[in-house]
Design a protein around this ligand. Structure first.
Ligand SMILES: *Cc1c(COP(=O)(O)O)cnc(C)c1O
Length: 224
């Protein structure tokens, strides 16, 4: 068994059953992804649409592809035929474009709203209030080809466990507050939070989906 396969097996053995593992494979070659595939991994996360589309073309078709990066509107069309979950939606205009492209392919595309929970300015996302306004908007009610499955967030990159916990708790609380809203294309089931450095904390705080890259595939050559 390769080190990728060993890492994957180890991480999976520590995850509670209700937590889904997204193997974040950005920048990694297809041979690395195939090692994970060959021991059963079927969900991969990428942060660049072109790279994800290339990997989709080259790899088995029973893989679920998750877009975890910031999405440029003009590139949505390249992933619309196959993407299974878009994690980083933080704007109604982007949702409109996703809806338009989903309609073209006669499918419904699942999305998560990205909430800004970190103190760093570099992180994208909307406030909890923005999310509520978006969910209750008439515009959203017209987007019949998208489905909002929950929320995504990234904690500050820090060693301060207390701060990370505080930020994840904000996401969980936001999810719990929005959950009762009855909107036909809002089906809140997923809280996507936790990466290699903080996924254990995230799970303690209520994460249902972790996005783990370097702990499976090793360090990346350039930051993504
Ligand atoms: C790169 C990335 C990850 C994975 O990061 P690791 O620290 O390598 O586990 C998770 N989420 C997002 C949004 C990312 O861009």
């Amino acid at each position: 068994m390769s080190s990728i396969q060993e890492n994957l097996k180890h991480i999976k053995s520590t995850l509670p059953e209700h937590v889904t593992l997204v193997a974040v494979s950005k920048t990694k070659p297809i041979s690395d992804l195939m090692e994970a595939y060959n021991v059963g991994q079927r969900i991969f996360g990428e942060n660049k649409i072109q790279e994800m589309a290339d990997k989709y073309e080259a790899m088995p078709k029973d893989i679920e592809w998750h877009m975890i990066g910031h999405v440029q509107k003009n590139k949505v069309k390249y992933m619309a035929p196959f993407v299974s979950l878009i994690h980083g939606v933080d704007d109604i205009k982007l949702l409109k474009e996703i809806n338009k492209q989903a309609l073209k392919h006669d499918r419904i595309i699942d999305c998560l709203l990205q909430i800004k929970i970190a103190s760093e300015d570099s992180k994208f996302g909307m406030t909890p209030d923005d999310a509520r306004v978006l969910l209750e908007s008439e515009t959203l009610s017209e987007l019949k080809n998208i489905r909002i499955m929950g929320l995504m967030g990234m904690a500050t990159f820090t060693d301060d466990t207390y701060q990370i916990k505080k930020e994840f708790n904000v996401l969980k609380h936001t999810f719990d507050t929005l959950k009762p809203l009855e909107i036909f294309n809002f089906k809140p089931k997923i809280i996507s939070m936790g990466m290699s450095g903080d996924y254990k904390i995230a799970i303690d705080c209520g994460s249902t989906m972790v996005r783990v890259g370097s702990s499976i595939f090793g360090e990346r050559n350039y930051s993504g």
